[in-house]
Design a protein around this ligand. Structure first.
Ligand SMILES: NC(=O)c1ccc[n+]([C@@H]2O[C@H](COP(=O)([O-])OP(=O)(O)OC[C@H]3O[C@@H](n4cnc5c(N)ncnc54)[C@H](O)[C@@H]3O)[C@@H](O)[C@H]2O)c1
Ligand SMILES: O=C(O)C[C@H](O)C(=O)O
Ligand SMILES: [Mn+2]
Length: 545
């Protein structure tokens, strides 16, 4: 960034350069800031303490988020310094679940475009100018793009979904020290099928039905090719695309460019790590597990593929591994004679001949009774669907059921961890998509792991960016799952199946090192890395002046 060519208000109004009252007297002289600020020079710690005191006066999480966004809009360094000091407390406010409220209210709350690139489906000719304008001469290493067709579990939010790209990038910096001046959030405004937005006079996006098919895919392709030519070092992260486009887009680009789909791959890694963590606690063998997906969309099938790969890595043939997987979606257990199956579901579909009464397997409870899962993962967006009966049934058939309700935000969780622990008489190992408080049951305090892709995507991105890996390989993804899965404390009763969010930085660094080492081992790093650990540590941006 051409910091020194800017002066006065240009500097104060640039969130990547602004230090506010933190500018020293010398800097004020040099940058034409004399008289533009109150005279007292504050340290970043003083600024952060003052901001934290203000933060605490805000009544709701959404108000807290808006307050922090204001700091983000004005001074990125201060924002990330503050986030660093209070990471576990701020994460639910900056990110999930509060981010869902900010997306739903984006147009009404709009004050600042937050340096995002807003691509308009009606103007493919503007893609290049949009990306160039938004990058504003900055080198871009990381781009998070959403078309917002499937925001969390809350569906299509049109241009308002841009907040998920901004929010995911906040987590990249907070967790893995990605330099916030080297990132770009991107919204593809392809219209929306949400009638309430189309009817809302305050809605800030295109008021038209969502564009699909060839027009949509051609637009995405033009965007990807343009971004690749403008930002040749870029790691490309796709977020919250719809079930019918997410895998297709990932598969189009992943063999030639470092491309990542967070819902499919990030969630796959975190849940694999959670399964490995749970098995480390119970001492069970992965080969004895029976895995049931509830909600077989992008996340559900992405997770199942990653856990399946882990079964195979641990010695099962593909056929043996597939025998241990079942999938339930709206229609019930997925059968191979069902013509509505998606391409991603089909390999997991079962034969009706395996069951005495296949016609009865149209709901989760019936399937749980028939297949006796030991692992149940919810990515269905169907709240309350892991009932007492289901949890009791699993507990009757396996000593330690592993039950992970992952649908976000909180109101969509398939069950709340406290209920699962109660219904299983303290036997279940639970992880949830959002942060939840520890649960005390029969004298044991259970810490609940947060099986959210935030635990892994920042480190995965950092490791890939630092090594300048040509692609994000399957081996790098597996290395990330193992790095995270090896971080549980099996000796402590009530231990979580995943490490706590308070150790996000340590986790991300560990994942980044494992991922970069794997890139080097595979020979796909474009940057030579004699000392991977040092390279990862040196790459981490520190939020100080
Ligand atoms: N914890 C995490 O890190 C994480 C990551 C990704 C997604 N998720 C959550 O998972 C959920 C799904 O996300 P996605 O991206 O896979 O969405 P998606 O739309 O691709 O998939 C949802 C699937 O659930 C199915 N479904 C809907 N209602 C159902 C019902 N009543 N019974 C059974 N199946 C039903 C849909 O048919 C679809 O196949 C969301 O709530 C999202 O927030 C969590
Ligand atoms: O955004 C999150 O909190 C996780 C995940 O990517 C989701 O779509 O729910
Ligand atoms: Mn997502």
């Amino acid at each position: 960034m051409e910091a020194l060519s800017m002066r006065g208000y240009e500097v104060l109004n640039n969130p990547f350069l602004n230090k506010g009252t933190g500018f020293t007297e010398v800097e004020r002289e040099e940058l034409g800031l004399v008289g533009l600020l109150p005279s007292h020079v504050q340290s970043i710690d003083e600024q952060a303490n003052q901001a934290y005191a203000q933060y605490q006066t805000k009544a709701t999480n959404l108000e807290k988020r808006l307050y922090l966004s204001q700091i983000f809009n004005e001074n990125r360094t201060l924002f990330f310094n503050l986030l660093d000091k209070h990471v576990a407390e701020f994460m639910p406010v900056v990110y999930d679940p509060t981010i869902a409220d900010s997306i739903e209210n984006y147009s009404a709350l709009f004050v600042n475009p937050q340096n995002a690139a807003f691509l308009d489906i009606n103007h493919p000719e503007n893609i290049q100018a949009t990306l160039e304008n938004a990058a504003d001469g900055r080198e871009i290493d990381l781009l998070v793009v959403t078309d917002a067709e499937g925001i969390l579990g809350i569906g299509d939010w049109g241009v308002q979904g841009v907040d998920i790209a901004v929010g995911k990038l906040m987590v990249y910096t907070a967790a893995a020290g990605i330099d916030p001046s080297h990132v770009l959030p991107v919204s593809i405004d392809a219209g929306t099928d949400r009638q309430s937005l189309l009817d809302d006079p305050a809605y800030l996006g295109n008021r038209q039905p969502r564009e699909r098919g060839e027009t949509f895919f051609n637009f995405v392709d033009k965007f990807v090719k343009t971004a690749q030519s403008l930002f040749p070092e870029m790691y490309l992260h796709f977020e919250d695309f719809g079930r019918s486009t997410a895998t297709k887009i990932l598969n189009t680009y992943k063999a030639d460019w470092p491309t990542f789909n967070d819902d499919i791959q990030g969630t796959g890694i975190v849940v694999t790590a959670a399964v490995l963590g749970a098995l480390a606690i119970t001492g069970e063998d992965i080969k004895d597990q029976v895995y049931l997906t509830y909600g077989a969309g992008s996340a559900g099938t992405g997770i199942a593929n990653r856990v399946l790969a882990e079964f195979m890595q641990q010695g099962l043939s593909e056929e043996e591994a597939r025998q241990r997987f079942y999938m339930v979606d709206k229609q019930g257990l997925l059968f191979d004679d069902d013509e509505t199956l998606t391409d991603e579901q089909r390999p997991f579909a079962r034969s009706r001949a395996e069951f005495e009464h296949p016609e009865a397997l149209t709901n989760l409870e019936a399937v749980v009774k028939a297949v006796h899962p030991t692992v149940l993962v919810g990515t269905s967006t169907n709240p309350g669907s892991f009932t007492k009966e289901i949890v009791e049934e699993m507990t009757a058939n396996t000593p330690h059921p592993k039950i992970f309700p992952l649908s976000n935000p909180t109101r969509l969780h398939e069950a709340m961890p406290a209920d699962i622990i109660k219904w299983s008489d303290g036997k279940a190992l639970v992880a949830a998509g959002v942060p939840v408080d520890p649960v005390t049951y029969s004298g044991v305090t259970f810490e609940i792991g947060q099986a959210n892709n935030m635990l892994v995507y920042p480190g995965l991105g950092l490791g890939t960016i630092v090594s300048q890996a040509r692609i994000l390989s399957d081996g790098m993804i597996s290395a990330a799952a193992h790095a995270l899965g090896g971080m549980v404390d099996a000796s402590q009763s009530g231990a979580p199946v995943l490490p706590p969010v308070s150790s996000l930085r340590e986790m991300s660094e560990r994942v980044a090192i494992a991922v970069a080492k794997e890139a080097v081992a595979e020979g796909i790093n474009r940057k030579s890395m004699p000392d991977v650990e040092a390279a990862v540590k040196n790459a981490e941006w520190i939020p100080e002046y």
